[in-house]
Ligand binder design. Structure first.
Ligand code: RI2
Length: 357
């Protein structure tokens, strides 16, 4: 417990905007559904509650749900007094919550692999691994942010989609916003266009909220405005996150990403994804093999429970889309910016941890 306490207190000293942390024997998360209108904190004492918070997107973003894998197994280990079966059961439950983002599945398996030979020290081993994973993820944000910031020039306007920021990661800037935040901290005069990201509105609610918090100038667009803005020369770069990147560089990200990438190609605007080596799934040769999560279509026919279509209207909600590698100018990782041909360059950032069924 001491290691976890020390880590959380060091994160606090760094003034991170944490999406999830451990305190007084419970997990705590910021309710991302309530932002920006309230900063409500939920205390979670059961693994089932955490699984349901991931499913209903109270906590979301591939980096943040990745860390849920570590915190969840730590909670299960503590509560069961280090019972191996309970921990493995918790892992299975967490891995089933969201099918597209790969970090959660990889984190769970990384911890389960690490405790294969554990005995009475199981809790301590999970605690050590949790600290390692969380500190590593935070370091990645700074590293990938620094690599990506080199691509951003003074005077650039950068478009982003969805929310790939502090609350979607480890509290500094997640992936896309780490790049943007580093460029801004370097003194570059930049402006961010954040797309609202229908239907869950991550861009309007959470990205705009964080940009305001960090003091970075920004403008909100509805998702259908990006092509027009690019045609007018208003956007110089696009940087988005990724929930999963296939071995050939195809990526899954929030639905709408693909149409921005197509417009970017037409207007010669460089399109980048900011991600980590752990989001690259080398077991999947192309984006065609990535499972796209479908969510409840009622989120399309209503906003905040207010209907916006005639009763009974049929709607569709694929939560992600696939952007093919030929539309991607570079994949920003903690180890540098990977360029085409991706099947070769992504081998340079290959990690040993994989997902098990
Ligand atoms: P990082 C989100 O999905 C979006 O696809 C967004 O781009 C990504 O997670 C952010 O995660 P959701 O969880 O790539 O809101 O920054 O459905 O890790």
């Amino acid at each position: 417990m001491k290691q976890i306490d020390e880590m959380v207190s060091s994160f606090r000293d760094q003034e991170l905007f944490l999406p999830i942390w451990f305190e007084n024997g419970n997990i705590h998360i910021i309710d991302q559904k309530k932002l920006p209108f309230a900063e409500e904190i939920h205390s979670i004492s059961e693994i089932e509650e955490l699984a349901s918070a991931i499913k209903n997107m109270t906590i979301r973003g591939s980096g943040a749900i990745g860390t849920c894998g570590a915190w969840g197994l730590y909670l299960a280990a503590l509560q069961s007094g280090g019972d191996r079966e309970t921990v493995f059961h918790a892992g299975t439950m967490l891995k089933m919550t969201r099918p597209t983002a790969v970090n959660l599945m990889k984190t769970v398996d990384e911890i389960l692999d690490a405790i294969q030979g554990a005995g009475p020290d199981l809790i301590q081993q999970i605690e050590m691994k949790t600290v390692e994973i969380l500190e590593r993820q935070l370091a990645f944000e700074h590293q990938l942010g620094a690599h990506g910031a080199q691509l951003i020039e003074d005077g650039d306007a950068v478009l982003t989609h969805c929310h790939s920021g502090a609350l979607a990661g480890s509290g500094y800037g997640g992936r896309a916003l780490s790049v943007i935040r580093k460029a801004y901290e370097q003194g570059k005069d930049i402006h961010v266009y954040t797309c609202e990201t229908r239907p869950y509105l991550q861009g309007a609610r959470i990205t705009a909220y964080e940009l305001k918090k960090f003091g970075i100038p920004h403008t909100l667009l509805t998702d259908n405005m990006s092509g027009h803005c690019m045609s007018q020369g208003m956007i110089q770069k696009i940087v988005v996150g990724s929930d999963r990147v296939a071995a050939n560089g195809d990526l899954a990200n929030k639905v709408g990403t693909y149409m921005h990438a197509l417009a970017a190609k037409a207007h010669n605007v460089p399109f980048y994804t900011a991600t980590s080596s752990h989001t690259i799934d080398h077991s999947i040769p192309s984006g065609q093999e990535i499972e796209v999560e479908f969510r409840d279509a009622s989120e399309v026919t209503s906003i905040y429970n207010q209907p916006i279509a005639p009763e009974g209207t049929h709607a569709l909600y694929p939560s992600f889309d696939i952007t093919p590698n030929e539309l991607i100018s570079g994949i920003i990782t903690e180890k540098g910016v990977m360029k085409a041909p991706y099947p070769t360059s992504l081998q340079n950032v290959r990690t040993t941890n994989t997902i098990r069924a």
